[in-house]
Design a protein around this ligand. Sequence first.
Ligand SMILES: NC(=O)C1=CN([C@@H]2O[C@H](COP(=O)(O)OP(=O)(O)OC[C@H]3O[C@@H](n4cnc5c(N)ncnc54)[C@H](OP(=O)(O)O)[C@@H]3O)[C@@H](O)[C@H]2O)[C@@H](O)CC1
Ligand SMILES: Nc1ncnc2c1ncn2[C@@H]1O[C@H](COP(=O)(O)OP(=O)(O)OP(=O)(O)O)[C@@H](O)[C@H]1O
Length: 531
Amino acid sequence: MFTVANVIAFLVGRRRLVPSGHLGSSRFVQTTLINSGLVEMVKSIIPPLTYTSHKGDAGRIGVIGGSQDYTGAPYFAAISSLKLGADLSHVFCAKDAASVIKSYSPELIVHPVLDHPDAGSEVDEWLPRLHAIVLGPGLGRNDKIISNAKVIIDKIKKLGIPIVIDADGLYLVTEYPEIIKDYTKAILTPNVVEFSRLYQKMLGRKPSEDEPVNNVKRLSQQLGYVTIVQKGENDIISNGTQVLVCCGEGSPRRCGGQGDLLSGAMGTFIYWAHMAVEKKTYNQSFEIYGPTVCAAYAACLLTRECNRRAFHKHQRSTTTSDMANSHDLGSSVKFIHAWLGTSVSVLENWQQEISFDNMSDIHPTEDGRTGCSLANEAKSHDLGSSVKFIHAWLGTSMSMSLKIGNKRFHLITCLTYTQLKMEDLGVLLQMSSGLDLLAHIVTSELAHIVTSELAHIVTSELSHIVTSELSHIVTSELAHIVTSELSHIVTSELSHIVTSELSHFLTSELSHIVTSELSHIVTSELSHIVT
Ligand SMILES: NC(=O)C1=CN([C@@H]2O[C@H](COP(=O)(O)OP(=O)(O)OC[C@H]3O[C@@H](n4cnc5c(N)ncnc54)[C@H](OP(=O)(O)O)[C@@H]3O)[C@@H](O)[C@H]2O)[C@@H](O)CC1
Ligand SMILES: Nc1ncnc2c1ncn2[C@@H]1O[C@H](COP(=O)(O)OP(=O)(O)OP(=O)(O)O)[C@@H](O)[C@H]1O
């Protein structure tokens, strides 16, 4: 059944239609993009950018993973932590993976130590300087590596460093759950399959399909209140007590590596969250949810936004690299899909940031239901721009401007809660003329799509014409030059050859004739005289 809340959320464009009851019966906070209490919570942990800070203050993150087979995963995690705002990102990987990972990016500091017989001691030099660890992306399941990773986890726990465990790190935890049990500075980020394996190991039965939220809570409790993020259509986060569900729009594209981007970003956020605890900069919601749930929620939010942006741009061609960067091949594939009608319908994606006035006074109601929150002009590209967007939106970027002239700009981002009553809809429509709002969204999105598609077609057509004309001109000019040069060379060479050959021939022939004639004359004259 679809609730009014779901329909409105869909109409304002921040959510897919999800039947109510989809996540089971547990009471929890489900958010699409923005619940202003949670926004404030994330905002409160993000360190300000100042000119007095030193390299490393915003985070030195270590990614432990990377094997001969998997080099992309640790790269995605490490670059994601860095692009989010950490100052330094280290990768500790197997020897064979190191130069490959280095070749992806000069930004990363790569240590080829994981398959070293004494990997534990090799990382000793670095661990105490790291603020957070992401363990598992591309680690592989080789026995030696897994046993080295176990030793490293022990050292991490002794140092009290926050840790995010993902991918093959979860295989390790499933095999040896005691290694992470009760370490509440840990976040585990299983996908559906990894979750099911770990759940079965800990609870001795399959997770029930009807109660996904309770499953996550239960697993967290069983592991001694370690925070779990079950990734999927909705990211379900629990520390065994609190539950948050992040179900922002994201995208329907499921290419490999998205989980790695998520765990990398979570590495940076978990450090920031613990720093907030130390500096006591957190807000009230943070006191409820704590650093691990806050970090997990922030990273899920960011990854979904990044995914949405990359997909908006690249559609079916979206890859995890597109989420981190931007590539021409991808946009060409996108164009072809759009042109063939095989891209996802543009109308499914018309929801974008919109600005309008007088919406600043909607505050969360007592049951946590939220209206709107701020946003600024944050356009542009994928991970970078998602980070920029999130920072701007949270007011933690340096360039954030909430007021333009004497107007405030705001964005409707979230209207969803488990129950949104009809009177709320009335209030909403009254407040800002809901129909105008819808018209505004549709018009602006359509204008955007048409403009961008036209620009694309014109650019590509012009480039085609210019290329073909240029190639024509160049070819004909070259032909002309070559022909005339060749003719010149051939003529002059021929004339030279002919002249020299003739002169040679004539000289030799003449000399021959003259010699023979002279000899003849001389002989005959001499014979005559003698006679
Ligand atoms: N570019 C790179 O370097 C990348 C490297 N990566 C690295 O690869 C390593 C192994 O990771 P993994 O997730 O493939 O292994 P594992 O958990 O054993 O899954 C085994 C099988 O379970 C299924 N399955 C998996 N996920 C599912 C889902 N969400 N929903 C439903 N089913 C799902 C699926 O089974 P299938 O559908 O094929 O039957 C799958 O084949 C790890 O180190 C990771 O970091 C990746 O990060 C990607 C980018
Ligand atoms: N069905 C879905 N609908 C929307 N978003 C999804 C869906 N499944 C995954 N995601 C998004 O992708 C993120 C990573 O989840 P995923 O299940 O791909 O992890 P993973 O399998 O560990 O990834 P990786 O390929 O890096 O190993 C989630 O946090 C969520 O943002």
